[in-house]
Design a protein around this ligand. Structure first.
Ligand SMILES: NC(=O)c1ccc[n+]([C@@H]2O[C@H](COP(=O)([O-])OP(=O)(O)OC[C@H]3O[C@@H](n4cnc5c(N)ncnc54)[C@H](O)[C@@H]3O)[C@@H](O)[C@H]2O)c1
Length: 276
């Protein structure tokens, strides 16, 4: 039995779709450490999957919320307030972009998908922080999920990379705004993990293989490992940390070049030219 680092803490998990979701790894780790959890789900179709998962971790507290609709975000926090009054943490594990634009060139991004990607993947975190902070009179901890494609160019990540860069910048601004109230705001930059959202990214299997072969730990990370890092940031272990972007990526972000022991690998879309 792990130390109960989250005993007495209550919080909201947003972005659970199924048992492959990063939100599921985080929810499990928080529950193991004694946290009480509530979940939001995007729509009726997902409720069937989220309900049984939430039940496995204790009393299911479920709230529908589509973050593209501010009325829906307000309703979520009204429901949460009626249930608990105050909260200690929120996990925002939500992102969206049209998968037709997660391949090819960033420069071809459409205006409509740019706006939608930024709205759901970036602004929603700000909207959540506004409402969560109002329920944190004693302070708290807010967490979002990002990817290294915000810092460096990654194949096919395109508008999502631009959105994650904006999300990472917003973490810093919100950390400054809410720090005086004892509220910490951080991001975890996870290495590639096979989830529903990730399957929309072009050549995702190649990206995972490349990370496995070239990261210092020579492997990919798991949802469980992201969960453990989230416990650090959401518990009192992380009491001195805010505005941080914690990489949980087997160290890939420190690498500048292919490892000498890594084989050349090909994508499904681009095969290497035959040798002369
Ligand atoms: N999987 C990876 O390799 C990886 C790596 C780094 C960061 N991330 C980030 O982690 C987060 C979680 O993604 P995941 O990989 O677990 O995939 P996932 O598909 O399991 O989760 C994505 C979630 O976003 C939710 N969502 C999308 N649009 C929404 C809306 N309008 N309203 C409410 N919810 C909405 C979906 O319902 C789903 O639960 C995302 O921000 C993603 O960018 C993923």
């Amino acid at each position: 039995m792990p130390a109960a680092l989250m005993e007495g803490k209550r919080g909201l998990i947003m972005g659970l779709a199924n048992d492959k979701s990063i939100a599921w790894g985080i929810a499990q780790a928080l529950a193991e450490h004694g946290a009480e959890l509530a979940f939001s789900y995007q729509g009726e179709a997902l409720k069937k999957r989220v309900g049984p998962l939430a039940e496995r971790l204790g009393t299911p507290r479920l709230f529908e919320c589509d973050v593209a609709d501010m009325g829906s975000v307000d309703a979520l926090f009204e429901g949460l307030k009626a249930e608990w009054g105050t909260i200690d943490f929120v996990v925002h594990a939500i992102g969206f972009s049209d998968k037709n634009e997660l391949r090819g060139r960033y420069v071809d991004t459409s205006h409509a998908n740019f706006i939608k990607t930024m709205d759901i993947s970036v602004y929603s975190f700000t909207a959540i922080c506004q409402r969560a902070a109002a329920m944190m009179p004693e302070g708290g901890s807010l967490l979002t999920m990002t990817y290294y494609g915000a810092e460096q160019v990654m194949p096919h990540y395109n508008v999502m990379g631009v959105a994650k860069a904006a999300l990472e910048a917003s973490v810093k601004y919100i950390a400054e705004d809410l720090g005086k109230d004892g509220i910490r705001v951080n991001a975890i930059s996870a290495g590639p993990i096979k989830t529903l959202a990730a399957s929309g990214i072009g050549d995702f299997r190649y990206i995972m293989k490349w990370n496995e072969l070239n990261s210092p730990l020579r492997r990919n990370v798991t949802q469980e490992e992201v969960g453990k890092a989230a416990v650090y940031l959401l518990s009192d272990l992380g009491s001195g940390t805010t505005g941080e972007n914690l990489h949980v990526d087997a160290g890939y972000h420190v690498v500048g070049m292919k490892a000498v022991d890594a084989p050349d690998i090909a994508t499904q879309t681009h095969q290497p030219a035959p040798k002369e």
